[in-house]
Design a protein around this ligand. Structure first.
Ligand code: ADP
Length: 366
């Protein structure tokens, strides 16, 4: 005989967007909806009719915090009529922050002890909030510094009571131009990042000969430094890759700029390509400060910087590598960083090789 709670379960809870558990007046599980099954990777049928206390224990065992969570869950369930809430962190392969709310089913089910539990995943909302905080901090620090400099030099040049000689005027204007470029780059990065966050980064791939792009990027980089020298080592046969030339130029400029920035004593920066079966691996290696092993994966996170911008000598928003990673992912490539044997880092990324078959397909489409 289906109980009243069973029919409630069938009615709407099953497909509810948040994870839901319904418990009857005997403390037994009536329903674990689809979202809850996904969230907790648990089988609803196996839990049907089981004591809710067993479920709480199973859940608590998978939580990051060592507090006595199973008991807290039980206590909250007993006070379901007060709509208690609890936030905890579930340890699936990644950490998920869940807000839990208990609610009484008494108004809709005649038996007073029947209650429900609802879980809402706050992970994304919290990550977005954190992003916004960092964005604000970056904007206020990284935008203000060049802006203050531009304003200061422009005001100085406009002073009526002083006549600056030509060389000084040019020097001031050069600084204004340099700082404006920094501002422009930061604004471009912020726009790219927000496009990426919205899943709206567009790339236009075409068969590209990397040799030209690499040489051009290295020449640009060499113009920006006297303390570093560049070694380019490319195989004689370099197949074409599927790439958006503008975006790959951006990736190369960014990685080369970092190689310069994070090797303050100067030294060799090498650019290499290796050809594998279906992909080309591009490597950019420096002999600079290197990255501590534990932080290597995090350098690709938005806003992440090994040293906070206040404790280090070089500018930057911490967005460059996050954008580079997004661009490479949009090309179906991979990017990672390894330590150099003595000192420094090597960033490697891959791009897919253009095969004759794929080319014929695109010719057909065109
Ligand atoms: P930033 O604007 O700070 O340079 P990025 O996203 O380009 O931001 O890089 C993130 C962080 O990774 C940097 O702040 C720096 O700490 C580290 N990093 C990037 N490239 C290198 C490198 N070649 N050598 C050492 N550290 C690096």
């Amino acid at each position: 005989m289906p109980t009243q709670l069973d029919s409630l379960a069938a009615a709407g809870w099953l497909n509810f967007a948040d994870a839901v558990l319904l418990v009857d007046d005997a403390g037994q599980i009536v329903l674990l909806n689809r979202r809850a099954q996904e969230m907790f990777e648990m089988d609803a049928d196996a839990w049907r009719g089981a004591p809710a206390s067993d479920f709480y224990r199973a859940l608590a065992a998978r939580c990051a915090s060592d507090a006595d969570l199973a008991r807290q869950f039980e206590n909250h369930a007993q006070r379901a009529a007060e709509l208690p809430r609890l936030e905890f962190t579930l340890q699936t392969p990644t950490l998920r922050v869940l807000e839990t709310q208990w609610f009484c089913l008494a108004p809709i089910a005649p038996r007073a002890c029947a209650y429900g539990v609802m879980w809402r995943d706050l992970t994304r909302a919290q990550a977005t909030e954190q992003m916004q905080k960092q964005l604000l901090a970056t904007v206020s620090h990284e935008l203000r510094t060049p802006l203050a400099s531009i304003k200061g030099f422009a005001t100085t040049l406009l002073r009526q009571d002083v006549r600056w000689d030509d060389a000084t005027q040019r020097e001031f204007l050069r600084i204004i131009e340099e700082e404006s470029n920094r501002l422009e780059e930061l604004i471009d990065n912020l726009l790219d990042m927000s496009q990426m966050e919205a899943g709206a980064l567009r790339i236009q791939r075409e068969p590209v000969q990397l040799r030209g792009l690499l040489r051009e990027a290295v020449e640009n980089a060499q113009r920006r430094t006297e303390a570093h020298w560049f070694v380019v080592d490319l195989p004689s046969e370099l197949p074409r890759v599927w790439a958006d030339p503008r975006r790959i130029r951006q990736v190369l400029n960014n990685l080369l700029e970092n190689a310069i920035k994070y090797s303050p004593d100067g030294g060799e920066i090498s650019v290499r390509c290796e050809v594998e079966a279906t992909r080309v691996i591009v490597s950019i290696a420096d002999r600079g400060v290197g990255i501590p092993p534990a932080l290597r994966a995090r350098v690709f996170d938005p806003f992440f910087q090994v040293d906070g911008s206040s404790t280090r000598g070089v500018g930057g928003s911490g967005l460059g590598l996050a954008i580079v990673k997004g661009i490479i992912a949009a090309h179906h490539g991979a990017i990672w960083v390894e330590p150099m044997p003595e000192r420094g880092s090597v960033f490697r990324f891959t791009l897919p090789i253009v095969t004759d078959a794929a080319l014929t397909e695109t010719d057909k489409l065109a």
